[in-house]
Design a protein around this ligand. Structure first.
Ligand code: SR1
Ligand code: MG
Length: 402
């Protein structure tokens, strides 16, 4: 497979019958805008202002280069997730076409949106943004589960959605390396003693390994697989006619534990909150932390709303849902603890933290690492009020210690 260049894109589009009429290749301007960790992304606009986006999987991890080869089949898995999720939710980027030979996805143009992380880092509005994401997770959790599909169809789909190479990235970067140590880990000097302390703490390490066990062995639904604030586009503000929230980039999709998607979202909202707090905006930080409980409530309500639609209700009494929700909640808290550690210590860090000055970084990194321990060790029982109190306590005590 050869990688596209911007100058080749017009002739590529002209040769794809499914794309005729979407844009005019003769008047196309193309810019490569991929700033993610893995792929090429081209924004294509024609003379009449019509736009589409092309995303092509490279045969390696873009963040590192050809020294880290990576299957292009990830594009096929992403296309499948976009199709399936798009049938269940409006809060996911639309797939227009997929070229399975060249691993090119043609996607709706969302360039009038901004990446949620970019908006959050700039101090922009976030009210109402995470609720549609909670509904998206719930719609997909139910709609791709055996409760909705029946056991046989569920097993077929789960097998077809296996994504071992991308799951291996998650298993290494999120669920192993921050806890056991790795050459590609790094923190600033102010966080080194705490990282050493945590990596010598068997309770923290073992709790992370328990989450890895859940990640590898639990097969509940077709997840997004990478639902951090850099995987979400947002446009407008809550209540405005143009308000729109869309997840994108589900190339890590696989059948896994539903709490994984919620946990990644929560951890990334905590990074945004830590940033706001150290930059002096306590009210904003409180609102950002509150999105964890808000999304949990919205997710739970939405999943309960789907519950009457399960196949064979007699086989699955209401107590089943109560127990499942408790498992999802504990998983989400545990995976949030893993992501909090990973985005501080491991490869592919977050700009929320990395763009802070040294005193701010020390305070935020310390709070995120100690929160990781709290989330992991107390995942079965931790209340959201306790999380809020502990999180701000850690930010305060980190300031005193710094
Ligand atoms: C090598 S890929 C690094 C990270 O980028 C993606 O967004 C995922 O979060 C992955 O872990
Ligand atoms: Mg991504």
């Amino acid at each position: 497979m050869t990688s596209l260049t911007a100058s080749e894109v017009p002739s590529y589009l002209a040769a794809r019958p499914a794309l005729c009429g979407l844009v005019d290749p003769a008047t196309l301007t193309v810019s490569e805008v991929g700033d993610g960790n893995l792929n090429l992304v081209f924004i294509c606009a024609d003379g009449a202002g019509r736009r589409v986006v092309l995303k092509q999987a490279l045969p390696y991890v873009r963040l590192v280069g050809p020294d880290w080869p990576m299957t292009e089949e990830r594009a096929t898995r992403e296309a499948n997730a976009l199709r399936v999720h798009g049938q269940l939710s409006d809060n996911i980027c639309r797939l227009i076409d997929f070229d399975a030979d060249r691993y090119v996805l043609v996607l709706e143009d969302l360039s009038d949106h901004e990446v949620l992380r970019t908006r959050l880092n700039a101090g922009g509005p976030h009210a109402g943004v995470t609720e549609p994401l909670a509904e998206y997770v719930a719609d997909v959790a139910f709609g791709t589960s055996f409760l909705a599909l029946g056991e046989e169809e569920f097993r077929r789909r789960a097998a077809a959605a296996a994504n071992p190479e991308l799951c291996a990235i998650t298993e290494d970067l999120i669920l192993t390396e921050p806890f056991l140590g790795a050459a590609r880990n790094s923190v600033r000097p102010s966080a080194e003693p705490l990282v050493a302390e945590l990596q010598a703490d068997p309770a923290w390490v073992d709790a992370a390994m328990a989450m890895k066990h859940r990640f590898v062995t639990v097969q509940e639904a077709l997840l997004h697989g990478d639902l951090h604030s850099g995987s979400v586009f947002v446009r407008g503000t809550e209540g405005s006619p143009d308000f729109s929230v869309k997840a994108f980039d589900p190339e890590f999709a696989w059948y896994g534990p539903v709490g994984f998607d919620l946990g990644l979202l929560w951890a990334n909202m905590l990074f945004a909150a830590a940033r706001a707090e150290v930059l002096g905006d306590h009210a904003r930080a409180r609102d950002l932390v509150a999105t964890c409980e808000i999304t949990w409530d919205r997710f739970r309500t939405r999943l309960r709303g789907h519950w009457p639609d399960r196949r064979c209700p007699a086989k699955y009494p209401d107590a089943y849902l109560t127990r499942w929700l408790a498992e999802i909640r504990a998983d989400a808290l545990g995976f949030a603890g893993c992501e909090a550690a990973r985005r501080t210590i491991g490869l592919a860090k977050v700009s929320d933290l990395e763009t802070l000055d040294d005193p701010g970084y020390a305070r935020a990194a310390t709070a995120m690492l100690r929160s990781s321990r709290l989330l992991l060790l107390r995942r079965a029982t931790l209340g959201f009020d306790q999380l809020v109190d502990a999180f701000f306590g850690l930010l305060g005590s980190a300031r005193c210690a710094g």
